[in-house]
Design a protein around this ligand. Structure first.
Ligand code: PLP
Length: 405
């Protein structure tokens, strides 16, 4: 039989978080090793349970959720998202501006497929959440990465963004709070990006899936709340704030001068109809989640589990000679810098594979997030303190003798 090859559309598409390194971890598991997986921001396996009222609501609605629903999503879920936006000061939004998807992931791909012609450019942060880059490539577009600056709280470099805008640029992507860096952007940064979008007539895609996971005095400002005159497409969902990543429930909300985007919105409607609808039972979780008790606050404030784990991971990692990271101000990750000279690092993927083989801990190498530098890794701080402490002890042990050939 002739070889069956993947489509050429996938030639530049990669998603390292679940790629080679995860395959190697599975291979080690098959050999009987126990691997601590600090590679994926998936709260449930670490004992972060979904709020009870959400589970009850989904169960209660199961019998009536057997059929397809309207492509854009069930009405109560879209109303709930609309009201959530209104509460956040975004008034120019209606139920029609909201699409419910099988997680934000599906909507990111849909948004890019609906927008891009071959060679259109999209500005994406580096480091990024790599699905954005992958979705642009899959859609025939060109991801153009702009710099975020570690020394400046990992904020985007506005001059770098400005210098990379061309007549092919269609959009700027923001991830705020940021995965992988944990940055939460100031109003100045957001205004700066909006000013560029305004000047060059670009769409802003604002991925705000971690908008309720904030530490210390961080305050999340929804991008759409700052501009009525820029087309902002905001993504959000239940995977992280409500710890139900497996339910696959997310939304995309279009705000700003929608009249100028009628054709694009028509494209989104076509794509949304083609996948019929998102998982219906789990759409019922959205209204209860957004309108109910926000139990996430117990985890991120005072001596909540998440803030304690962030503090511990940040402190212990920074105590390791040659290792440093900023404290995450939001989300679930630390983006860790490794002294390239001290450890002679020339290949970050090899570094994380060596860590995996020696200490049975899985993290993701920095280049998996589309940076050029080869001396970073991302660690998820979801395990309990009594698992996190020995894990970082093992990372310390690994780096106490590590030197790349
Ligand atoms: N956006 C960001 C920044 C993420 O970190 C993730 C998941 O890790 C997603 C989107 C995808 O989320 P969902 O579970 O809603 O597909």
């Amino acid at each position: 039989m002739k070889n069956v090859n993947k489509s050429a559309k996938l030639n530049n598409v990669c998603y390292e978080i679940r790629g080679q390194i995860a395959a190697e971890a599975r291979r080690l598991e098959d050999e009987g090793h126990k691997i601590l997986k600090l590679n994926i921001g998936n709260p449930a396996p670490f004992g972060f349970e979904a709020p009870d009222d959400i589970l009850k609501d989904v169960i209660h609605n199961l019998p009536t959720a057997q059929g397809y629903c309207e492509s854009k999503g069930i009405y109560p879920a879209r109303v709930a998202v609309m009201q959530y936006f209104q509460q956040n000061g975004i008034l120019n939004v209606s139920v029609d501006d909201i699409f419910i998807g099988n997680g934000v992931s599906e909507l990111i791909v849909m948004a890019m497929q609906g927008l891009l012609n071959n060679d259109d450019e999209v500005l994406i942060p580096a480091p990024d959440y790599p699905l954005w880059t992958a979705a642009v490539s899959l859609s025939g577009g060109v991801p153009v990465h702009y710099r975020c600056v570690e020394e400046n709280q990992w904020f985007p470099d506005l001059d770098d963004i400005a210098s990379k805008i061309t007549d092919k640029t269609k959009a700027i992507v923001l991830i705020n709070p940021n995965n992988p860096t944990g940055a939460v952007y100031s109003e100045d940064v957001l205004q700066g990006i909006l000013a560029l979008a305004r000047k060059h007539q670009l769409i802003v895609f604002s991925d705000e899936i971690y908008d309720k996971i904030l530490y210390d005095d961080a305050k999340h400002i929804p991008t759409a709340s700052l501009a009525n005159d820029v087309l902002v497409i905001t993504m959000g969902g239940l995977s992280k704030n409500y710890r139900i990543a497996g339910f696959r429930a997310g939304w995309m909300v279009i705000t700003g001068p929608k009249l100028h985007a009628e054709d694009y919105i028509e494209g989104l409607n076509i794509l949304s109809s083609m996948r019929l609808c998102a998982n219906v039972p789990c759409q019922h979780a959205i209204q209860t989640a957004l309108g109910g008790y926000q139990s996430i606050n117990e985890l991120i404030k005072d001596d909540g589990r998440l803030i304690k784990q962030r503090n511990l991971a940040h402190q212990l990692l920074n105590e390791i000679d040659g290792i440093s990271c900023n404290p995450a101000m939001g989300a679930l990750y630390l983006f860790v810098k490794v002294d390239a000279e001290k450890f002679n690092i020339t290949d970050d993927e090899k570094m994380v594979l060596d860590l995996l083989k020696q200490e049975k801990i899985l993290v993701v190498h920095g280049r998996g997030f589309n940076i050029k530098e080869k001396n970073y890794f991302r660690l998820v701080f979801l395990p309990h303190e009594d698992e996190l402490r020995p894990a970082i002890e093992k990372i310390k042990n690994f780096f106490s003798t590590y030197r790349q050939e």
